[in-house]
Design a binder for this molecule. Structure first.
Ligand code: ADP
Ligand code: MG
Length: 536
């Protein structure tokens, strides 16, 4: 990893930003470039300085840098885009409406989005797409090695109650020698482009509740529609936005898993949170499943599964009188999803059944941050994969990852906290620790002397190049310096020895204000985006 101090990094980013000129291209869009370099520099400094407040703050300076004509054109595009979202279902529940997370069709607002697609070099794009089937296979192989999962997580278990509960279910399945013949993985591997090393580095691999296959594919369509109309004046070619079939491809995987289960009257069970403002992302899959495969989906919370569910003696999972072929989890990845023992009983019940689980408890555990760190150790990938080229490709995408046993790394992280991210065993955004908090936490954990260090991993901090981007949220737009994270979906389905699907299945670009550390869209940190492939 880079040893250059952060100050120089920020300096470099600023210089590059000034050169690159942000998301709006220079030549054909000359009318669009902020008139004075001075204005842009002011924005960059404000947004990048250590004192800049975190979170999404409208960059008044940037807006001020545009002529009234430019502002008017952007405003026109924003309105077109917002209308497109409404008539095409690129929507989420509005936080301002109390019922929007529980009653479909009530209190909808367009999903937060970037007005223009994010530039992304075609070579890195290709690299990320090629990794998808390899990661799919890796997850499957690792999931079969129960001893490895238990051993790698044994110390985490001592200090992390949530991981302990998941491992307990996994252990029970190992004890009865439970085998999953039909295995379905709907993954999303997230990457950022590190400007220090000019490389594509993995942030994490999601094996449970990979979100936004539904809305993510719509954003690509939104951007293509906008560029079909405004591309000429902006100098942006709509054909450079890759097709994104994430929603139909995930639905296809669910439909094929359902077919493998081979019971025409069975349904797909979508396990959901009691309140879900991102329900339309999920309903897009429900729709495709119905339209293309004639498969019905029922939505239940973990508590409802506990109250209405049973497993018959032959292993059949029955909920509310309906046989379940596939359990698709869009909940169950966070401790808050299990407020009582009832939810844990539901999770165990489903795991014991013969229904296809997406994910199974093993697949879920493979996606933990601790396992990510273990797989990055020397010679570990070799335990699971045979193909040397595949192994090399995966390894190339790994950032520095360390356990906190490594005293030297802990010492470096205390000295230079800005070069690291401290991660607990959590999913869903908002949990990572950065900067001064990272330093304080490490010092505190060291003093405690116990096993508490085992609850975390350390990761090399990745520094993507920032660019000036118009973002739209709640009908309003503002411009700010942003960085992007590319998620590549992967679908994997097998039945015993037969691999039925192993695909890259679309993508999700998320863009956030560069002064914010976290990246979740649902968590309110980022906006949905798409990709504009470039030749550089
Ligand atoms: P979660 O399971 O909560 O999504 P992630 O590992 O994806 O956890 O981290 C959340 C966000 O934090 C990411 O979307 C990204 O924006 C940021 N992040 C995570 N790891 C790094 C890193 N190594 N360097 C820079 N940013 C990171
Ligand atoms: Mg993430």
């Amino acid at each position: 990893m880079s040893s250059s101090p952060c100050v120089s990094h920020h300096h470099q980013v600023r210089l590059r930003l000034l050169r690159a000129g942000g998301r709006l291209p220079a030549p054909a869009a000359a009318s669009f470039a902020p008139p004075a370099l001075r204005g842009r520099r002011r924005v960059a400094r404000a947004a990048m300085s250590a004192e800049a407040p975190l979170g999404v703050a409208p960059a008044a300076a940037a807006e001020g840098a545009r002529t009234p004509a430019q502002q008017a054109l952007l405003a026109e595009m924003v309105e077109e885009a917002a209308v497109w979202c409404a008539v095409n279902g690129l929507v989420v529940g509005d936080r301002a409406n109390q019922r929007s997370g529980t009653v479909p069709g009530v209190g909808l607002v367009h999903a937060p989005f970037s007005l223009l697609p994010a530039r992304f070099p075609a070579s890195f794009w290709k690299q990320a797409c090629e990794l998808a089937p390899i990661f799919n296979e890796l997850v499957d192989r690792v999931s079969l090695d129960g001893e490895f999962l238990q051993a790698a997580l044994s110390r985490t278990k001592q200090v992390d109650e949530f991981t302990a509960r998941l491992l307990e279910i996994h252990e029970k399945m190992m004890a009865i020698n439970k085998k999953e013949d039909i295995r379905l993985g709907l993954h999303r591997s997230d990457y950022m482009l590190d400007s220090e090393t000019n490389s594509l580095l993995q942030i994490e691999l999601n094996t449970i509740s990979s979100s936004f296959p539904g809305l993510g594919s719509l954003v690509s369509e939104l951007h293509r529609t906008l560029l079909n109309q405004y591309g000429k004046v902006l100098g942006l070619d709509p054909k450079r936005i890759p097709q994104n079939w994430a929603a139909t491809q995930f639905a296809e995987a669910l439909g094929k898993a359902w077919a493998e289960y081979n019971n025409d009257s069975a349904v797909v069970l979508m396990v959901v949170q009691p309140e879900e403002r991102n329900m339309y992302d999920q309903y897009w899959l429900v729709n495709h499943l119905k339209a293309s495969y004639g498969v019905a989906t029922i939505r239940k919370t973990l508590a409802q599964v506990e109250a209405e569910g049973q497993v018959l003696t032959d292993g059949t999972l029955v909920i509310d009188g309906r046989t379940v072929a596939v359990v698709y989890f869009r909940a169950g990845y966070a401790p808050t999803d299990y407020p009582s023992e009832a939810e844990w009983r539901a999770r165990l019940l489903m795991e014991q059944s013969s229904a296809v689980k997406c994910p199974s408890i093993s697949y879920h555990l493979v996606g933990t941050k601790k396992i990510q760190q273990e797989l990055a150790k020397p010679n570990v990938l070799e335990r699971f994969l045979d193909n040397k080229e595949d192994i090399a490709k995966l390894r190339k995408s790994f950032a520095g990852l360390w356990s906190l046993d490594n005293e030297e790394i802990v010492k470096s992280a205390i000295e230079k906290p800005d070069l690291f991210v401290l991660k607990p065993q959590r999913e869903g955004g908002g949990n990572n620790i950065y900067g001064q908090d990272l330093r304080d936490t490490l010092i505190k954990l060291q003093k405690e002397q116990g096993e508490s260090l085992a609850a975390y991993i350390l990761m090399q901090r990745i520094f993507p190049k920032a660019s000036l981007t118009p973002l739209v949220r709640g009908g309003d737009w503002f411009e700010d310096l942003t960085i992007s994270e590319l998620g590549i979906y992967g679908a994997y389905l097998r039945n015993k020895d037969k691999v039925i699907l192993n695909n890259q299945s679309g993508y999700l670009m998320r863009t956030k204000v560069s002064s914010s550390n976290e990246g979740g869209v649902a968590a309110g940190f980022a906006v949905l985006d798409s990709v504009l492939l470039t030749d550089e």
